[in-house]
Design a protein around this ligand. Structure first.
Ligand code: ATP
Ligand code: MG
Length: 659
């Protein structure tokens, strides 16, 4: 590293606030700070701004019906179709030859779909689904990797009014069966396989095994042939159909988009299950689509002529809202990539940013920490000057990773939006608007206009600036979940019990995250409520301790959990991944302990520091702390089926028992 870089680094470490450049602000979709007040004064009518971004068959009568809270209804009386809004209207507007999807396979094969191509494929597959017997309101399960047929299938379902339920391809056969059973789904679209770090993976075996676990009958399965000659030996059985043949049979067919009521279900999404049983989150057509279009416009600052890339998997809500529905509703070009960021080399993403001239890039802190661990030579090798805006989602981002992202990916030119939201919220809730707000690394920002998020104590009273509490949302919003599939009771007990006053008809949504707020109203998410430790009577947020640990030079990532302790009640266990070039040593261990003591105090001192090459993670890159806790307490290890890397659990267990 040259001296110049060293100085820059030092300055960035000190700096705690960042402003968007004038150049960015001038071109931003939203740059008038009055928007916060306008939304507040005009609530809930302000949400018409989101609804106006869509094309409707029938106009809605009311913006919000809150007579049956918390079973709220948005844009009642209106009818529309999500596939029409994401596809047809752009073709009708004369933009049929604009690229809708730029897809790249792991081996570098590419496919480009213009909006016209997308329209054709969506129509043909919609016709095929109809012929297979899919009717309006039938739930179609999509167990697919990152192939273009996945968004095509989603939009085809939306076209005929059949809600989809996407099951992440990395999930097990059991996970598929559980979700199909829970959603009463009789139709499956899947794929023969896909490529991961150069190898062809057999997906069909898992799909078939999953189908055996479905309790009710399955009417039809459609299989995409992704692997061609590399494919595994699976003959299609009775009601299994080849995607390609179906499309050929329906070549040129068109299907009129079904007029859906605003509140009709668009899809079901099972949450990643970091904490307990998966929940079938129900999202509806108008509120969800309006909200994702609006936040794509105001937060991601997407323009129709942009090329935009969200590196998440579509099997996660982020992919639904911000690879498929939001960007396509706006007529943007969305990039999809099949594989991993380190194949064939660790510069794969940057190579693609350069190749496609990506304008806006959205990823997760866990990915950013991996990029950091690999080193800045990988992005430095590429021309990333097309980038205008960066985003993160999924977990709190520690300031060191934020600044690395800002410097090495954004070249200090791109604002960063740190977006807090959940499967249940449908879209972003807390973040700065990039054309307006000051950015504070580590803090997501204020609630978006029209979002009444507060930080409260256990009694529901707002806490003072600087104090830790829980985040709540005190008014409904269009993108909110409507219920948990077939389980209104769990919907009520899971989200509305803690802080609501049903007798007064006051409903407060509880996301189950800890958070604090500063004097400017900026919210810092501290992690899940379950992730708060109680050490000798002191409540400590795992996220805070982790942030202190990853602040230590040489540490790439950390996970902190509570282990039982005879004296303290709970003790801090830290699992640590080091950056490349750093070795596990007593010295390193001491530096970490010191780092925590300096940042938080001796009370947070880790009882044990375990060095590990990986952490157990869910598909969306979240650390499964529950497992680490079980390891720390030498308990029996629970369900690992939703892990991306189940093999790591044994390795960590061995290390803990040695230490
Ligand atoms: P489950 O609810 O089944 O346990 P999950 O909560 O991991 O799974 P998601 O809906 O994908 O499933 O994740 C939402 C959670 O991710 C939030 O509640 C929050 O804890 C965390 N999160 C998301 N974005 C951010 C962010 N920008 N900053 C901090 N935390 C975030
Ligand atoms: Mg959650």
């Amino acid at each position: 590293m040259s001296d110049g870089d060293g100085e820059l680094e030092a300055r960035l470490v000190e700096q705690e606030e960042f402003e968007p450049s004038d150049e960015f602000v001038e071109q931003a979709n939203v740059s008038d700070p009055d928007i916060y007040e306008e939304f507040e004064e005009n609530w809930p009518q302000c949400w018409e701004r989101a609804a106006e971004m869509l094309d409707w068959y029938d106009d809605y009568d009311t913006v919000l019906d809150d007579s049956e809270g918390p079973f709220y209804e948005w844009f009642q009386g209106g009818t529309l179709n999500a596939s029409y809004n994401c596809v047809d209207r752009h073709v009708e507007d004369g933009n049929g030859d604009r690229t809708a999807i730029n897809w790249e396979g792991e081996h570098g094969d590419t496919r480009t779909y213009t909006y016209e191509d997308l329209q054709r494929e969506v129509n043909e597959f919609a016709a095929a689904l109809r012929e297979l017997g899919v009717e309006e309101d039938d739930v179609v399960t999509l167990y697919m990797p990152m192939v273009p047929e996945l968004p095509i299938a989603m939009l085809a379902c939306a076209r005929i009014g059949a809600p989809h339920s996407v099951v992440f391809a990395g999930f097990s056969a059991d996970a598929l069966a559980t979700r199909m059973n829970s959603a009463d789904s009789r139709f499956l679209v899947t794929c023969d396989g896909y490529y991961r770090r150069g190898d062809a993976l057999d997906h069909m075996e898992k799909a078939n095994e999953g189908l055996e676990g479905v309790d009710h009958g399955v009417d039809a399965t459609v299989v995409v042939d992704r692997l061609g000659e590399d494919g595994f030996d699976h003959d299609l059985k009775g009601n299994q159909h080849d995607w390609g043949e179906l499309i050929d049979d329906h070549s040129g067919d068109t299907v009129d988009p079904v007029e859906r009521d605003a509140e009709d279900m668009l899809f079901l999404m099972y949450t990643s299950g970091t904490t307990g049983e998966p929940k079938g989150v129900k999202h509806t057509t108008a509120g969800y689509l309006a909200y994702t279009a609006w936040t794509s416009h105001s937060v991601l600052d997407l323009k129709p002529e942009d090329t935009y890339w969200c590196s998440a998997d579509i099997g996660w809500i982020t992919g639904h809202s911000y690879i498929v529905y939001g960007p396509l509703a706006l007529g943007t070009t969305t990039v999809m990539y099949e594989g991993t960021p380190d194949f064939p080399e660790r510069d794969r993403l940057w190579e693609m940013v350069e190749e496609y001239s990506v304008d806006v890039f959205y990823t997760a802190p866990t990915a950013i920490r991996a990029f950091m661990k690999w080193g800045s030579q990988f992005p430095d090798d590429h021309d990333l000057s097309s980038l205008r805006l960066l985003g993160t989602v999924g977990e709190p981002i520690n300031p060191r990773a934020w600044k690395w992202y800002y410097q090495h990916i954004g070249d200090e030119e791109c604002p960063i939006v740190d977006t807090w939201w959940q499967t249940e919220t449908g879209g972003m809730m807390v973040t700065t608007l990039p054309g307006i707000g000051t950015m504070k690394p580590g803090s997501a920002g204020p609630p978006l206009p029209g979002i009444d998020a507060r930080i409260v104590d256990t009694e529901g009273e707002q806490v003072e600036a600087g104090r830790a509490g829980y985040i709540t949302v005190n008014k409904p919003w269009p993108g909110m979940l409507r219920t948990l599939y077939d389980n209104d009771d769990r919907f009520l007990s899971e989200y509305w019990q803690e802080y609501s006053d049903p007798d007064a008809d006051e409903w407060v949504y509880f996301p189950e995250d800890g958070a604090k707020i500063d004097e400017d109203g900026y919210i810092t998410i501290l992690g899940r409520v379950d992730d708060v430790l109680n050490v000798s009577g002191h409540r400590l947020g795992t996220m805070e301790i982790e942030s202190a640990i990853v602040g230590v030079e040489g540490v790439a990532e950390a996970a902190v959990v509570g282990g039982d302790h005879e004296v303290k009640g709970e003790a801090v266990y830290a699992y640590v991944i080091l950056e490349d070039g750093y070795e596990e040593s007593e010295e390193m261990r001491e530096k970490i302990i010191e780092g925590v003591e300096d940042a938080i105090g001796p009370i947070a001192r880790p009882e044990q520091v375990v060095f590990t090459p990986e952490l157990p993670k869910t598909r969306s890159g979240k650390i499964m702390r529950r497992l680490l806790e079980e390891i720390a307490n030498e308990e029996e290890i629970g369900d690992t089926t939703t892990l991306r890397n189940p093999e790591i659990v044994k390795d960590i267990q061995t290390k803990v028992s040695q230490d």
